[in-house]
Design a protein around this ligand. Sequence first.
Ligand SMILES: NC(=O)c1ccc[n+]([C@@H]2O[C@H](COP(=O)([O-])OP(=O)(O)OC[C@H]3O[C@@H](n4cnc5c(N)ncnc54)[C@H](O)[C@@H]3O)[C@@H](O)[C@H]2O)c1
Length: 342
Amino acid sequence: MKNILITGGAGFIGSNFVRYLYNKYPDYRLIVLDALTYAGSVQNLPENGFSSERFEFWYGNVMNADLVDALVGKADIVFHFAAESHVTRSIFDNRLFFETDVLGTQVVSNAVLRNRERIELFVHISTSEVYGTAVGEVMDEDHPLNPMSPYAAAKCGADRLVYSYWQTYNIPAVIIRPFNNFGPYQHLEKVIPRFITSAIIGEPMTVHGDGSARRDFLFVDDHCEALDRVLHSDKQSVIGQVINLGTKRDVSVLEIAEILKSIMGEAHCDVEFVGNRPGQVFRHTCDASKAESLLGWRPSTSFEDGLRKTVDWYVANREWWEHQRWMRHIPIVTADGKRELH
Ligand SMILES: NC(=O)c1ccc[n+]([C@@H]2O[C@H](COP(=O)([O-])OP(=O)(O)OC[C@H]3O[C@@H](n4cnc5c(N)ncnc54)[C@H](O)[C@@H]3O)[C@@H](O)[C@H]2O)c1
């Protein structure tokens, strides 16, 4: 019986991963720690989890060192997802980002350090945002770190903090840098669910700048499969490594709107332009060859197929997202100095 602690397991990617592990590995005990911020919900956790002996949920903060120590002390493996995760919100108000993403990661890393004899693997979920805009064709793990938003800077701090703990204290850390994820259970503030639900509600999709910013979008199930491989890899081959996860295909924001038109129908998909988001990353394209060689992993869902599955889920689960409608837009001062809802 393995004990796996998952911080941030009630959020988008964390809960997809919790459900994935819960359904696939009946022998694993899952311990989820989540502060249930606006981005997390117990609704996202496995349906029968609360009545199961192999599932524990702890409502709490990753900055609570006593609690984190106690939970890490019961775990064999730690996956650390908990973070403030929305770029635009970090432009609006960034203090919490540095507290949760940097100091929260320090607390989790300290707990891993104190339980070094027990912990087999500490998987830190970083992000491709640490790179900033691509300087070459594709971005491998040696791409310079040029975070362009407060969110990216906070995550970059956390990423390098974990690296320094591996170097200094030899904790069994691996750093994962996923590119943009999408799929079921993603908060409406993120671009793909925002577009899909705007189309469902009959409101225009709001596009930042001219919509030419390009991202590499990874379907969340493919991300879970990669983390599964990390969990079951020869630990010595991944400890101390930084690993990108992405598809090597970038798609512009306007292209997303076009593809959604073909899935959801012209009538539902108007586009409205708003000012450029400050700190905008212009292009992100992943080189995931390290994940392929170390883990034997390649994403298997095309962007179009993932988008179709995601649309179906949002159409079928309106009661899940209806109450988030008011949070789809955030007031910020744009790159042109205008106050706008983004
Ligand atoms: N979504 C993406 O496209 C993407 C891409 C790359 C990396 N990531 C990273 O993956 C991780 C998960 O992202 P997500 O999209 O699922 O985020 P999310 O915002 O949907 O979920 C974050 C979860 O963390 C919890 N949380 C926040 N602050 C906490 C705290 N102080 N203590 C305990 N729990 C707390 C929230 O309640 C929520 O359940 C994050 O670390 C993020 O930086 C996300």
